[in-house]
Ligand binder design. Structure first.
Ligand code: MG
Length: 119
């Protein structure tokens, strides 16, 4: 069986490196902002889950989320918001915009894996 494919959207290169180690059993697609992520969705029809940062240059996580939720095909992909502590309003807006779950930075490895497996 092919590994499940996860789109990681975050402007922090460190986060991408951490996820490479933590999520070894998955196939990861890496993007640094929402615009890049929209292109990646067009190139990978088989994304199973999206891990989404909020604060990013060019296109924020919330803008990206609103765009894919307006798309009949992409709106079915579960989105997990990776939010910075103290930015609760972003998380609330993300959940209102259709995110399936959120994880607060700094997060525990186990917490992250559980949320991904659940979705
Ligand atoms: Mg960021």
């Amino acid at each position: 069986m092919q590994p499940r494919k996860i789109l990681v959207v975050d402007d922090s290169k460190l986060i991408h490196k951490m996820f490479e180690v933590l999520l070894r059993q998955y196939s990861l697609v890496h993007c640094l902002d929402g615009l890049e992520a929209l292109q990646a969705l067009g190139n990978h029809a088989d994304i199973d889950l999206i891990l989404l940062d909020i604060n990013m240059p060019r296109m924020s996580g919330l803008e990206f989320l609103n765009q894919i939720k307006a798309d009949n095909f992409f709106k079915e992909i579960p989105v997990v918001i990776i939010s910075t502590e103290g930015k609760e309003e972003d998380t609330v807006r993300g959940l209102e915009a259709g995110a399936a779950a959120y994880i607060k930075k700094p997060f525990g490895n186990q917490e992250l894996l559980e949320v991904i497996q659940r979705l």
